[in-house]
Design a protein around this ligand. Structure first.
Ligand code: ACO
Length: 326
């Protein structure tokens, strides 16, 4: 019986830090509004880096920490909802950049929940005995899809990438339990990158930038996130027969501090047990969880045997929660 365990971490964010004060110069907003409503103080925004560059940076760090040769990686699973191209997928370009010539490469699309979905797919390949070493990455450049004249959305997002190596173990540890789900009836609540029909036979207008912009009903997202996050965490812990007290850290998708505060209260869990770095990175969509994990690892917050819960939620509407023993 094989299990899948995280054995290395990596993250890579753009060089440019954009503070709320910088945004005050671009749109009619204020540091006070953004901080109070979202918890965000700054975010990283790409200037010359692509999503592939950021994912490659995270992948190199993972390789270095794991001590594996690039050829040892048998699969690269990469979550993104802001790809560089619709095809080829980013996983293929990362494979080329790091020399992981033996890796099968697949991009996964489940918006902000995408990293948890990618972890789940990776775990299945490992559990089935197909692969021993799967690199699971997430990279997002949502700034490409932001309408920089729309203050209600452009202040929320940041760019970045992160990931882990998921490795086969015969010990009873690693990914312990999960729940994945979706509520497709809510697809219009949140999204980006619309690709309308556009060909010579349907009188289509040429694509405009507005077609691709982020669209969001913030209040509906708030309601969905606060109820689903709580429900999904409870479901996973119940299924695993693990109590909240046994969890060292909850690592939710960093969408908005207020969402996380409400969920902590609903779950009756101290907010200190929820890892937060949204103040520095903004909402990096599916990259937010692996960026947080890498930061936690490098701060010495994750030790062997610690139980953590990762939980992603977002466009789809999709969600995924996973209980992991480090
Ligand atoms: N700066 C200043 N004022 C702003 C800004 C801004 N950046 N954005 C909106 N406003 C104004 C609005 O124009 C409105 O003004 P009005 O009353 O004069 O019309 C006022 O602030 C209130 O706007 P609302 O949209 O009603 O603000 P709300 O209180 O709902 O907060 C927010 C908006 C923060 C997005 C909230 O709905 C929320 O937290 N939603 C959750 C969505 C979220 O977290 N999305 C992240 C991405 S999705 C994901 O990752 C899953």
């Amino acid at each position: 019986m094989y299990n899948a365990k995280i054995t290395a971490f990596g993250a890579c964010v753009p060089k440019l830090e954009v503070t709320n004060f910088d945004l005050e110069k671009i749109v009619d907003t204020s540091d006070e509004w953004i901080s109070q409503r979202t918890g965000i103080k700054a975010r990283r925004i790409v200037t010359d880096e692509t999503g592939t560059d950021l994912a490659t940076g995270a992948a190199k760090q993972i390789l270095e920490m794991s001590g594996k040769a690039p050829e040892d990686i048998e699969m690269i699973l990469l979550s993104t909802c802001s790809p560089d191209y619709l095809t080829p997928n980013i996983a293929c370009m990362v494979q080329n950049n790091i020399g992981a010539v033996n890796a099968a490469c697949l991009d996964v699309s489940a918006a902000c929940a995408g990293f948890v979905f990618a972890m789940s797919v990776a775990e299945k390949f490992i559990k089935a005995g197909t692969y021993k070493n799967v690199m699971v990455l997430a990279t997002e450049v949502i700034s490409k899809f932001a309408n920089w004249e729309d203050r209600s959305t452009c202040v929320l997002f940041g760019d970045g990438a992160g990931g882990v190596l998921l490795e086969r173990t015969e010990e009873n540890t690693g990914v312990l339990c999960e729940e994945l789900g979706a509520k497709g009836s809510g697809w219009e609540v949140l999204g980006n990158g619309h690709m309308p029909i556009n060909n010579a036979f349907n009188n289509a207008k040429p694509l405009t930038e507005a077609d691709t912009y982020v669209f969001m009903d913030g209040r509906e997202v708030f309601k969905f996130a606060t109820s689903k996050l709580k429900e999904s965490i409870n479901n996973v812990l119940e299924k695993a027969n693990v109590s909240k007290d046994e969890i060292k850290y909850f690592v939710p998708h960093q969408a908005n501090t207020r969402i996380i505060e409400v969920v902590a209260k609903k779950l009756k869990v101290d907010l200190d047990k929820f890892y937060l770095n949204i103040d520095r990175y903004g909402n990096t969509s599916s990259a937010s969880i692996p960026i947080a994990l890498e930061e936690m690892k490098s701060k010495g917050l994750l030790e062997k045997g610690d139980k953590i819960v990762i939980s992603g939620f977002g466009g789809g509407l999709a969600w995924g929660t996973m209980l992991i023993e480090i």
